[in-house]
Every structure is written in C-alpha cells, then in structure tokens.
Design a protein around this ligand. Structure first.
Ligand code: NOJ
Length: 547
C-alpha cells in the first residue's frame, strides 16, 4: 500500500494538521554503503517500508556537513550533505522518491548555533574584536583582571560554562558545546542567511523544517547573570535572558511568510521547551504551524496526569487554531519502552534516565498502550525510528563507545543520549542495518536485537510493528479519527475514556486491574489481549466503536 501522492488542494494543504511523522536519525537508520554509518542510500532503500508502515512524512535529523561534535547539530555548511551520508544529488533523488510514495520530507534546521568549523566562525576567529565577522556571533570581553573570567555566570547544556575564551582574549557564547558557537540573531546578516537557507531547501522540494532550539535564538544583549548553579532547559519565569524571549517571534513570522510564498505550503515544527501555556505564542496563522509536545513525552504514564496534559494541550492550542502534536520518544530521551518499565515512568532529569531497575516486558506492554493512545488523539503524531519495532534504550554501551558530548563535558558523570541512538535492525550484528561484511555500526548493538528486526516483527501477528501498522491504517481510513473532534467520557479512576468523531471510543486502563469495556461497544483494535471474560487488562488501550 502506498500513500496518496501530495497534490495541491485544500485537503492536501492541511496535511500537517493530522500527519504522522517518522523521525529518521539518519546516522543510525540504514547503512547503504557498509561503512557502519547510516546514509541517504540506506534511507532510500527503506522508503517503501515507511510508506507501508503508513506514515505521512519523514523528519530527517541534521544531514549537513558537520564534525559531529553533537551528532550533527554542529553544522558547518547548511547547503550541502555530510559526505558520510551522501551527496546533494542523492538528497534530490530521495525527495523525489519519497514524494512518489506519498511521503513528505521535513529537514532539521539549526539556527541557534553553527559548528566552530563553519566558515563564518573561522572568519570571526581570524577577525579583530568588534569586526563585522565577530558581530555574527556573541563575542564579549571577559570580567576580572585581564578579562580572565567569563562575561557572565551562564551554564551550558552539556556541562561547563557557556563561554570559551579565544587566543586573543575575547570570549564567545555557546549555550551547548564549545564546538557550537551561538549566532547573534540581532544581526541582519544572520537573519538573511537563514531565510536564504530555507529557500534553498524549499526550492529543492523539501516540505518543511523542524526548528532546533526555537526558544533560544534571541538573547538579552545585556547578557545579565542568571544566578543559577546549573543549566536549565526552560525559563521558569518571564524575562529570562536567553530562553523564550519575545524577539524570536519576529524571526518566525518572517519564516512563515517565506513558507507561505510557495504554492504548496511548507511547514514548521518547533522544538521549543517552554513553560505550560507559552507554546501557543509560537503558533498560529502568521507564525509556526506546530510544535513538539514535550509535556506529553515527559508525562508519567498515569491517567490523571495524562488527562491533564492532553486537556491543556488541546485547549491551549485551539486558542490559536493550531493542532496538537504527540510524541513519546526522540533522539534526546531514553526510549519509552525502557522508561515505562521503571517505577518512575515520567522524564525528570537526565540523571534519572539510566541505570534504574527496568522490567522490559512491562515497559513493552505499556509502550503498546501509549502508542495506541497517541495514535488515537487528534492532531499530529511523531514516531521515533525503531519504536515501531519495540526497541529499548541501550544502557550498557561501553564507556569507550560513548559519543554524546555530555559524557566528556560532565566529567564522565552523565552518560548522555547514545542509548537511544543505537543503529537498529538480520539475524546477527549488524542486524540488517548494513550489508553482510560491512564495518560494525558506529555504536554497538545488543545481541538480542535479532528478535526486534522488521523481519521478526513482520512474522509475528501480535508484534509492535503490526500494532503500529493497524493503528496507522485506522488513523487514515476511519472518518472519526480523521477529524479533530475529541471529548472525554466518564470512566473509573486510573483510566481514560474519550470519544473521537461520532462513535469511536478509546479506553486506556492504567488502573492496575482489569476493567469492563464501556457499554454497547465492540473492540476495533487493542494494544494487548482482553481477559477471557472480555475485560480490558491493566496497561492496555483499546479502540472501540459504538454498537
Ligand atoms: C536539540 C537537539 O534535539 C539535540 O540533539 C541537540 O543536542 C541540541 N538541540 C543542540 O542543537
């Protein structure tokens, strides 16, 4: 089965309001040339698999030339492809082939920072303090005697200070690793450059962008001290000097105008970690189309908490006419099969993310329930590569294999995000990721992954893959799920029950014991078996229709 080819009509124009988007972490998705690293050739060879899965689009993590100091979020050239992943010509072919299969293509744009190897940063280092080259970045003199102290007290995301000193004594700002200098978004050249980059890829046929660190690009030029002892991913109150500043909205309004200038609309999804209630500011007819819903990803798998997040999401976003989005995993968080197999199922701090007792059987059962819930909610949904196979977080990677900058920058105290980035899918390593006789994958794979391959999933009617396929087929074909209507119905404590459209019900049992199905309904699809008396087992979701 293939998806309909994108065409320019009203229904197609709003495809993004209910799209299921598959995240391709290209380095780990499929290796076409046997060097141990995923690439465009590998991705092209699996497009049919993705179309058959039933997704509407793919989002590809940064594929640009990069020294990979932060997995490619340190871009050295925004208008080319990393040689390990392929060429621009292959990128064009990928876009054409994906479109031919009815799949849209979304790229990742990284506007907050560039690689320290980017031509602009190299020019800035070679230029004098105060030069136009330095004004594209945030250079400052230091404090203290001879300026030997950083300009302020900010902490960087992967550990350490947010400032690095250059040989001539000035300091430059980097909210992330030192290899990722922040751009100065008060600079007209920076703004013009990114508008040109957007056009470059839109002209190549790309359907949209995921915007990295959308809430961090604009800084308070006074760069005041924060008074915090460690890095915080969001602003906890108004007036933060680098998170969620009003100035970012001007940038996104001009980006939206560019997207809307194309006959078939191009779309944006923001990575914006903001306080509850702030996301709508980023969205709407003159700003971004959608944003990731990290509150849903981070929420503990408990009925009351999920209900609160779902309610708030739908209500808040409706105010600006934006659709909700839902996501359970991505390349920055422990895979949800593992999270849900722990006593504490929510995401709190990275330190909590590894080394906790985990019951993978329980985690898998809950992951199935969460997936069916996510795919039954109104709006868009994101699937992180491998979650449809039931992959878990690899927590025992050898220290020597770790590549996430967090490991070094934290002084080997936080292992970082490599465990969710292990290349997936054969019978012996490299499990079909590469061809036989290839180099070993860039991160080692666990031996038991042979039972998680697409082939193994395919052969089992009750597998995670078959559940995703069935749920995605219903999302596409069931008129009640295609609309945006949603309403809660009464249900026992510890459970969720809602209706979509006119007569499609979704029941989620997180109460710890079996519950009866709602009266006068019949199951359409369940994430696990019902009891022999027809009750909904614990940690199970079922879609039902009214009799
Ligand atoms: C968010 C990305 O998802 C993450 O992988 C990256 O390290 C930071 N932004 C910095 O670009």
């Amino acid at each position: 089965m293939t998806n309909p080819t994108p065409t320019h009509d009203a229904a197609a124009d709003s495809w993004w309001r209910s799209a299921t988007i598959y995240q391709v972490y290209i380095r780990s998705f499929a290796d076409g040339d046997g060097d141990g690293t995923g690439d465009i050739a590998g991705l092209r060879s699996r497009l049919r698999y993705l179309a058959h899965l039933g997704v509407d689009a793919i989002w590809i993590n940064p594929w640009y030339p990069s020294p990979l100091a932060d997995g490619g979020y340190d871009v050295s050239d925004f208008r080319d492809i990393h040689p390990a992943y392929g060429t621009l010509d292959e990128a064009r072919k990928l876009i054409t082939e994906a479109h031919g299969l009815g799949l849209r293509v979304i790229l990742d744009i990284v506007p907050n920072h560039v690689s320290d190897q980017h031509a602009w940063f190299q020019e800035a280092l070679a230029a004098a303090p105060g030069s136009p080259e330095r004004k594209r970045f945030i250079f400052r003199d230091g404090k203290g005697e001879n300026g030997s102290l950083p300009p302020n007290d900010w902490h960087a995301a992967f550990g350490g200070p947010t400032w690095t000193r250059t040989p001539d004594g000035q300091w430059y700002l980097h909210l992330f690793a030192p290899e990722q200098p922040d751009l100065n978004w008060d600079n007209g050249e920076v703004r013009a450059e990114f508008e040109s980059i957007l056009r470059f890829w839109f002209d190549l046929g790309v359907d949209g962008f995921r915007i990295d660190v959308a809430h961090g690009m604009v800084k308070d030029p006074a760069l005041p001290d924060l008074g915090l002892t460690e890095f915080s991913v969001i602003a906890h109150e108004d007036g933060h000097p680098h998170w969620d500043r009003d100035g970012v909205h001007d940038v996104f309004r001009s980006w939206r105008a560019i997207a809307d200038s194309y006959p078939d609309p191009r779309v944006f999804v923001a990575e914006a970690h903001v306080r509850p209630g702030r996301l709508p500011d980023y969205l709407g007819a003159d700003e971004l189309h959608t944003a990731f819903n990290f509150d849903f990803l981070k929420c503990a798998l408990e009925a009351d908490k999920l209900r609160e997040v779902i309610d708030r999401t739908i209500t808040d976003l409706a105010k600006v006419g934006a659709p909700a989005t839902w996501v359970l995993s991505n390349h920055d968080e422990a895979r949800h099969v593992t999270r849900y197999g722990r006593a504490h199922t929510g995401v709190t701090t990275p330190a909590l993310d590894q080394g906790h007792p985990t019951d993978l059987t329980l985690g898998t059962r809950r992951a199935r329930a969460a997936a069916l819930l996510m795919l039954a909610l109104p709006g868009g949904a994101y699937i992180y590569q491998g979650e449809e196979l039931g992959l878990y977080e690899v927590e025992d990677l050898p220290d020597s294999a770790l590549q996430d900058p967090t490991w070094e920058r934290s002084g080997h105290t936080v292992r970082g995000r490599d465990g969710c980035r292990v290349p997936w899918t054969g019978d012996t390593p490299p499990f079909g990721f590469s061809t036989f006789g290839s180099a070993m994958p860039w991160l080692p794979q666990p031996d038991d992954w042979k039972s998680y391959t697409a082939e193994a999933n395919q052969a089992d009617r009750t597998s995670m893959l078959q559940l995703y396929r069935s749920a995605l087929r219903l999302r596409r074909t069931n008129p009640d799920l295609r609309g945006e209507e949603f309403r809660w119905l009464d249900s026992p404590a510890g459970t969720l029950l809602f209706e979509r459209g006119n007569g499609l019900l979704c029941a989620v049992n997180l109460s710890g014991r079996p519950i009866p199905l709602p009266d006068a309904t019949s199951p359409l699809l369940a994430s696990g078996p019902l009891t022999k008396d027809g009750l909904l087992t614990a940690d199970t979701t079922v879609l039902l229709h009214r009799d």
